[in-house]
Design a protein around this ligand. Structure first.
Ligand code: ATP
Ligand code: MG
Length: 199
């Protein structure tokens, strides 16, 4: 499951868990983006903060792991590179790329769309407030795309950032450890964020 995860929230975790359950996947690998080229217009938190928050949020689930492939690759993140790297690491596994339907709608605009479908099956999770354009489904190989109806959670990282910037805490929208991490590192607040712990 790729994402900016700035921060990771319960909408991501429920979508990932439902995809794992409904498709009987062995494991869900969360892949925080390096520098997302679609979000070049806003300041995205440092990759290490986003990586650590994703680790904190997924640590208790034995089927969830986090990959550094995108944050360790220099330059902007393209999904084709993510899939090539994961395929190289897991050559015998079938890859499923899990996204929300909003992101799936952009797939055709992504770099090397044909190779994307050769490398992975795409899973679009329903998301409140976002409709999948029927045209998109007509233009993609039907056998390589699955749309999953998942329990609706109208949570977004944008909303979590806004609330935090307004001095509120995002209890229950994000795992407790993420509320605490945002406070500890002053993320999205007027005070500049502190540096992430170094490994
Ligand atoms: P932002 O508001 O900063 O764009 P976001 O909440 O959309 O953040 P992303 O990191 O952009 O989170 O999303 C990563 C992936 O998770 C995307 O494919 C997105 O569609 C999906 N996703 C995010 N929130 C939900 C949700 N509430 N339900 C289903 N899918 C979601
Ligand atoms: Mg988004």
């Amino acid at each position: 499951m790729g994402g900016t995860f700035d921060p990771v929230h319960n909408g991501h975790l429920v979508a990932a868990s439902e995809a794992q359950y409904l498709l009987d996947l062995d494991e869900v690998i969360f892949v925080p983006t390096g520098r997302p080229w679609q979000k070049a217009d806003r300041d995205v938190s440092s990759p290490e903060h986003r990586y650590l928050m994703t680790v904190i949020a997924t640590a208790a689930n034995p089927r969830f792991t986090v990959s550094r492939v995108d944050i360790d690759r220099p330059g902007p993140t393209y999904t084709i590179d993510t899939l090539r790297d994961l395929h190289a690491q897991l050559p015998d596994d079938d890859l499923y790329f899990i996204t929300g339907v909003d992101a799936l709608g952009d797939i055709l605009g992504w770099r090397d769309a044909e190779e994307l479908f050769a490398l992975a099956h795409f899973v679009g999770c329903t998301r409140p407030g976002h409709e999948l354009d029927d045209d998109v489904l007509k233009r993609v190989p039907a056998e390589r795309v699955t749309v999953l109806e998942i329990p609706a959670l109208a949570i977004s990282s944008t909303d979590v950032r806004r609330r935090t910037a307004a001095g509120k805490q995002a209890w229950y929208l994000v795992p407790d450890g993420i509320v605490q991490y945002l406070t500890k590192h002053h993320l999205y607040q007027a005070t500049p964020p502190t540096a992430p712990p170094q490994g």
